[in-house]
Each structure stands twice: as C-alpha cells, then as structure tokens.
Design a protein around this ligand. Structure first.
Ligand SMILES: N[C@@H](CCC(=O)N[C@@H](CS)C(=O)NCC(=O)O)C(=O)O
Length: 227
C-alpha cells in the first residue's frame, strides 16, 4: 500500500479533522505542511484549499471526501456508524459544523478577528469580533444541547465529533469564546472529555492558525487506543 499524504498546514481545523480520522483509524500518514494556494495544494484541490490528499494515484480535496476515503480504504474502526440513521445524523452534523459553525467561529471570529485582523498594528479586529459574537451567542446553546449525551451522534466518537473538536479547541484560545465555552457546561465537559483522546492529543497543532511554516514532517501514527 502506498503512503497516505495529508497536504496542508497543521493549524487548519480541516487538516486537523483528517489527522484525527487517520489516528482513530490507525492509518499512518505523512503530513506535508503547506499553506493554501501553494503548488502542492493547487495541484490537487480545484480551489487551492487545504486539506488535500495523495495516496498512490488517488488525489482528493475537501476534508469530508478525504475522511470518507480514509474510512472506506483502510481497515480499522469505522468513522461513521453502520446504522443508516446514525450515519446520516453524522452527515447532518458535519454539514452544520462546516456551513454554520466554522464560518462564524473560525473564519469570522478567530480568523478575521484575531489571526488575520487586517488592522494597521495587527491588534484584534473588534469589528469582526463584535459581528461574530451575536451569532456565536445563538449557536453555542444549540451545540451545548447537541452534545448533552457526550457525543454528537449516538454513544460513540464519530466523524461528527472529529469535525467539531478542532473548532472547540480554538475556542479555548481566545477570550470571548473561552467565556462562552465556560458558560456552556455540556460543551465544556464534552471538550474536556474528548481533548484527552490520543487521536486529538497527538495532532494538536504546534502553531497558531495561519502561522504553519512550509515543511514536511513524517507522522507515523500507531492505532489510537482511546477511552
Ligand atoms: N470545505 C473545505 C474547507 C477547507 C478550507 O476552507 N480550508 C482553509 C484552511 S482551514 C483554506 O484552505 N483557506 C484558504 C482559502 O479559503 O482560500 C474542507 O472541508 O476541506
């Protein structure tokens, strides 16, 4: 079997999802840590976004497609339950996270507010932050209710949880989102429980979003044994 290559900076929450998926599945991979719109990425993703993936002759972009490939190609615990209702519930949450939560919590609040503020002195962009917060204040209680059982779907750690954990991790790094997390006990307990998983711990980015350098680091992930 050729080596799986995940292409994209480790700080990207979408790259991180794929790395958690590999670890949960017990799939070794090489991480090629490059920014979006670099030649390695442009050669694979139609719009130059990360993550991209190579495995032998197979190339793919988009985290959901890459995780589906990992799940269907390799042995190991399923990332999506076999039960058809639970399987589509996973799709529902992945879609909600990618189309509602990521755009507000990561792109707008973390990205435009703190990481790429576009202010002359690089100080936080209060306009972007204040624009994101009312939406986040509505979305946090929804997600708090959704994780009440300890998982987004059923009673196991699925791709939906893998998609959500990197975003929650970044919520702990900034003041307003940290306060929101602290004020939502189900979300806080959910985060604290799953951040301890081996698959999450071993893939925590060493750099803040947007600061990942261009380097190639081999990662050999033994099958994760998680609680
Ligand atoms: N729907 C894509 C989103 C990927 C995405 O937005 N990645 C960001 C980094 S976290 C990116 O490449 N941004 C550059 C851009 O949007 O041009 C996926 O699930 O993989």
């Amino acid at each position: 079997m050729p080596e799986l290559e995940i292409i994209g900076g480790a700080a990207s929450n979408f790259v991180w999802v794929c790395r958690i998926a590999c670890a949960e599945k017990g799939v070794p991979y090489k991480l090629t840590s490059v920014m979006p719109h670099t030649p390695e990425v442009d050669a694979v993703h139609p719009f130059g976004k990360i993550p991209a993936m190579r495995h032998g002759d197979v190339t793919l972009g988009e985290s959901r497609a890459i995780c589906a490939y990992i799940d269907r190609t390799f042995d190991g615990p399923p990332l999506v339950p076999a039960d058809p209702v639970k399987a589509v519930q996973v799709e529902q949450w992945v879609s909600i996270i990618n189309t509602h939560i990521d755009p507000t919590w990561i792109r707008q609040y973390v990205g435009a507010g703190y990481i790429f503020p576009g202010t002359p002195d690089k100080s936080p962009n209060r306009i972007a932050i204040e624009a994101a917060l009312p939406k986040m204040q509505q979305q946090f209680p929804v997600m708090d209710k959704a994780v009440k059982s300890g998982y987004l779907v059923g009673n196991s750690f699925t791709l939906a949880d893998m998609d959500f954990m990197p975003i929650l991790y970044y919520m702990t790094k900034f003041p307003e989102s940290g306060e929101l997390l602290a004020a939502h006990p189900n979300l806080k307990a959910y985060f604290e429980r799953h951040v301890a998983r081996k698959s999450v711990q071993e893939s925590i980015p060493q750099s803040a979003p947007g600061t990942a350098g261009q380097r190639t680091e081999p990662v050999n992930v033994a099958r994760a044994v998680n609680a």
